[in-house]
Design a protein around this ligand. Structure first.
Ligand SMILES: [Zn+2]
Length: 312
């Protein structure tokens, strides 16, 4: 098997280098009353950050990328909209599958990250014939949490640094896998959503299959409910989920605090715009686009990959 390795040196540094870049001068001023030590740390961090990113960029040059349209018969701008009644039917099927297969096991984040990375590497390799080996390091903190309070996690596109912000229970495996797709060089959100789902859904591991189904149901409900938080919660209640699952879904969309709603509204809008100018449809790629992708793939006549990969 053809194999390339993206070193991701920045992901192994004890503190996110981007945090050091932002915070070191400020911290040294507050703590020492001097700016010079902070500036020196900042320069060192910047050097390491740039060096690591350059090595990764160089390694990625040998990467064979997944051709989404060819492999799945669907891509960001080649999607068939899933009709609403089909979405409603899918919500029921996903709910039943989640109830029947419910597994309460929790795996600690570090181990889960290694596990999902392995499955993601394998899945992509079955499509492209090439293993793209990447770091499984995940941070639990990043200053980006303050800027993107609505996000569950982030991946710095330059260094591949991944931070997970919240404990999201059964969804965590999917969130980590999504960020790891970015680390492997798939920057677009729909691609990350799709590859993460397909890798976990076809992993053969009940806990990971559960995460994939939970994310798909979450995104179906978001598409159906739109921005209406009450509607989302009502639909969760109506989905007939067992109590443990219902609680996990309600926790996803808590009523935002003043800070989250103020920052969230502004940043969401900026982020949506940023997505549009980088060859994506906007925030809808996370839910509507993602579910349309699975719908299009499952009925495609041209896809090279078997349609059962997109099963419930
Ligand atoms: Zn993402």
């Amino acid at each position: 098997m053809d194999r390339i390795e993206i070193p991701g040196d920045a992901t192994y540094s004890p503190i996110a280098l981007t945090d050091l870049l932002v915070a070191a001068p400020l911290a040294s001023r507050v703590l020492l009353g001097a700016t010079l030590p902070g500036r020196l740390i900042q320069i060192a961090a910047l050097g390491y950050y740039a060096g690591s990113s350059l090595k990764d960029w160089w390694a990625r040059a040998g990467m064979r990328r997944v051709e989404f349209l060819q492999e799945f018969g669907a891509d960001i701008f080649d999607l068939e909209p899933q009709p609403e009644e089909e979405r409603v039917a899918e919500v029921r099927l996903l709910g039943e599958a989640l109830n029947d297969g419910y597994d309460p096991t929790r795996v600690v984040r570090e181990e889960l990250a290694v596990e999902v990375n392995r499955h993601l590497t394998t899945y992509i390799a079955t499509v492209t014939g090439q293993e793209v080996v990447t770091s499984s390091e995940v941070r639990n903190f990043s200053l980006a949490m303050l800027v993107f309070p609505f996000a569950y996690g982030t991946c710095d596109v330059v260094s591949g640094d991944v931070a997970i912000f919240k404990d999201t229970g059964i969804f965590e495996a999917h969130i980590i896998t999504h960020e790891f797709c970015h680390r492997k060089g798939y920057w677009k959100e729909l691609h990350a959503q799709a590859l993460a789902f397909l890798a976990l859904r076809n992993s053969g591991e009940p806990l990971l299959v559960q995460a994939a189904r939970a994310e798909r149901l979450h995104r179906q409900l978001r598409t159906l409910a739109g921005d209406d938080l009450d509607r989302f919660n009502e639909m969760v209640d109506a989905a007939d989920l067992r109590p443990e699952l219902k609680e996990e879904f309600h926790k996803l969309r808590p009523v935002p605090g003043a800070y989250e709603s103020a920052v969230g509204v502004v940043m969401r809008k900026l982020y949506d715009e940023r997505m549009k100018i980088t060859g994506q449809n906007g925030l809808s790629d996370y839910d509507e686009g993602f579910t349309n992708f699975l719908y299009t793939f499952s009925s495609s006549k041209q896809a090279r990959q078997p349609a059962h990969h997109a099963d419930i």
